[in-house]
Design a binder for this molecule. Sequence first.
Ligand SMILES: CC(C)(COP(=O)(O)OP(=O)(O)OC[C@H]1O[C@@H](n2cnc3c(N)ncnc32)[C@H](O)[C@@H]1OP(=O)(O)O)[C@@H](O)C(=O)NCCC(=O)NCCS
Length: 220
Amino acid sequence: MTHPWPLFDLRVRTARLELRLPSDEDLLALLNVAHAGIHDPDTMPFGFAWTDLQGLEFDLGFLKFFWGARASWTLSAWQLPLAVILRDQPIGIQEVRASGFLERRTVETGSWLGSTWQRQGFGTEMRAAVLHLSFEGLGAMAAISAALEGNEASRRVSEKLGYRPNGIEFVAPRGHAVKQDRYLLSREDWRPDQWSVQIEHLETCRGMFGLSPSTKAAAE
Ligand SMILES: CC(C)(COP(=O)(O)OP(=O)(O)OC[C@H]1O[C@@H](n2cnc3c(N)ncnc32)[C@H](O)[C@@H]1OP(=O)(O)O)[C@@H](O)C(=O)NCCC(=O)NCCS
C-alpha cells in the first residue's frame, strides 16, 4: 500500500547505499551518529553552526530540523533530507532542496557523514544519487552546492561530479565572515552514465513536487 506521505516510499539506490526519507527510528540512529562526531570541532563546515549546540538543545534542534522539513513542505519550497543507509545502518544525510522548483528547475544540496564513514567515496556516491534523482527523476536544469573555505572534501565532491565554480559569498556560522565557494552543475555538464543509480516509487511522489505523472507511467 502506498504511504499517505508518499515520500516515505521513495528509494534511491547506488552500488553501496540506499537513500530514503528517515523514519523517526532512523532519526534516533542518525542522532547517535551525529553525537559520535561529524567534523573536527575546531572547524565549522556548515553555514549554520548546528553542530556547536550542546545537550538537549542539540537533540531538539536535530529532530526539529527533520520534522520541520516534513511539516513545512510546499510546492514552492521543499527540502528533502534523505538518510544515507549502508548495510541497514544510517550513516549520514544527503539533502536536496529547492525553492520555486517548477519555475527555476534548480536544486541545492547539503550533506554530512559520521566521521567513521568519511573518505571512502560515500560522499561522492550519495551526492551522485540525489543528482540522478534531480536531473533524471525530477527534470532539474541545474544543481548548486557551496563549500566553506578549507572544506576540501565538499569541494572535491563537487569537482569530481562536474560542477563549475560559480562565485563566492560570505557566511558567518560562528559570528564572523568566512568565504564560501559556490558551485553549479548544469544539466549539460551532468554525466548520468558515470553512476548506476536506481530510483523506486518516484511516480507516487511526483505530485508532491507539482509534477504531472511521467509520460512512461501515463502510457501504462
Ligand atoms: C563532505 C563529506 C560529505 C564528503 O564525504 P566523503 O565520503 O568524505 O567524501 P569522498 O570519500 O567521496 O571524497 C571525495 C573527495 O574528497 C577528498 N577528501 C575527502 N575528505 C577529505 C579531507 N578531509 N581532506 C582533503 N580531501 C578530502 C577525497 O580524497 C576525494 O577526492 P579524490 O577522489 O580526489 O581523492 C564528508 O566529508 C563530511 O560529512 N564532512 C563533514 C561535513 C561537511 O563538510 N559537510 C558538507 C558541508 S557543505
